[in-house]
Design a protein around this ligand. Structure first.
Ligand code: NAD
Length: 271
């Protein structure tokens, strides 16, 4: 399905972290389809990133792959320099990279705690800071967009839904919610928009065990009133809208794209 015109993001330059798989790859495809040039960031999956670049280019789009670990400051600075050298600036940051490293709380190691916070939260800070500096340097180019820049933080329903066994992950996403709102408040007067997307259960490598067997998927569906597991392109379409001037008056807000997962489905019968 194509909901948008091919010109919607024409001339805009986007960077998608963790872009070589899952939701990030869908966001790259969706942005490229409507005319944005896309940096596919990857940390180790060079083959996947190159394949996606080739696929986008075969369909007439423009993309490059750039390696960087979003939790390492020097990597992030280099990635932004490479992008700006290649295309002059950045208009859209989709800070999507994220990991889970689950453990019962009493067994969680400091390494598990630190790693998840480093990628899911510090990675957002490092990438957003580079983007904000570039947006501020350049200002609004009205031919391209009403805004000087747009940042989309890929969060999770677990920024508001507690998650036993995943305390590090839920903490990182809960922190990201307040990061996104505080940053949005700070930079709005410079015409920079910052919003979040909080997916529910989307079929990607991060949660394969939760949907790959019939039994697991049936169990998962008890949490989803809309009765289907999400597709990465459900998020891709929303990212296009948030990146476009169609959402120009929106900042500091989160789109929960979850088939109703945050509607307390247990209360339908049990309340
Ligand atoms: P995924 O595992 O396919 O994607 C995560 C991506 O981040 C991968 O490409 C991975 O290589 C990359 N990454 C990991 N560490 C990195 C690092 N240090 N630097 C750069 N990239 C790194 O899974 P996904 O489901 O597509 O996850 C994407 C985002 O969506 C994550 O932030 C995740 O928390 C969020 N999310 C996913 C779901 C879901 O149901 N799939 C639900 C809610 C939120």
């Amino acid at each position: 399905m194509n909901f948008y015109t091919q010109e919607l993001l024409k001339g805009q330059r986007a960077l998608v972290t963790g872009g070589s798989s899952g939701i990030g790859a869908a966001v790259c495809r969706a942005l490229a389809k409507v005319g944005a040039k896309v940096v596919v960031n990857y940390v180790s999956d060079a083959v996947g990133a190159d394949q996606l670049v080739n696929e986008i280019e075969a369909e007439g789009g423009t993309a490059i792959a750039i390696q960087a670990d979003v939790s390492i400051e020097d990597d992030v600075k280099r990635m932004f320099s490479e992008m700006i050298d290649a295309w002059g600036s950045i208009d859209i940051l989709v800070a999507n990279a994220g990991i889970q490293w689950d453990a019962p709380f009493h067994e969680m190691t400091l390494e598990q705690w630190n790693k998840v916070l480093a990628v899911n939260l510090t990675g957002q800070f490092l990438c957003a800071r580079e983007a904000v500096n570039e947006f501020n340097r350049r200002g609004v180019i009205s031919d391209i967009s009403c805004a000087a820049g747009k940042i989309i933080c890929m969060s999770s329903v677990h920024d508001i839904v507690p998650w036993a066994g995943h305390v590090n992950y839920a903490t990182s996403k809960g922190g990201l919610l307040m990061f996104m709102k505080s940053l949005a408040q700070e930079v709005a007067h410079n015409r920079i928009r910052v919003n979040g997307i909080s997916p529910g259960a989307i079929k990607t490598p991060i949660n394969r065990h939760a949907w790959e067997t019939h039994e697991a998927e049936a169990e998962l569906l008890t949490l989803i009133p809309y009765q289907r597991v999400g597709d990465p392109m459900d998020i891709g379409h929303a990212a296009v809208w948030l990146a476009s001037d169609a959402s120009d008056y929106m900042t500091g807000t989160t789109l929960y794209i979850d088939g109703g997962m945050t509607l307390y489905p247990g209360f339908r019968e049990g309340g």
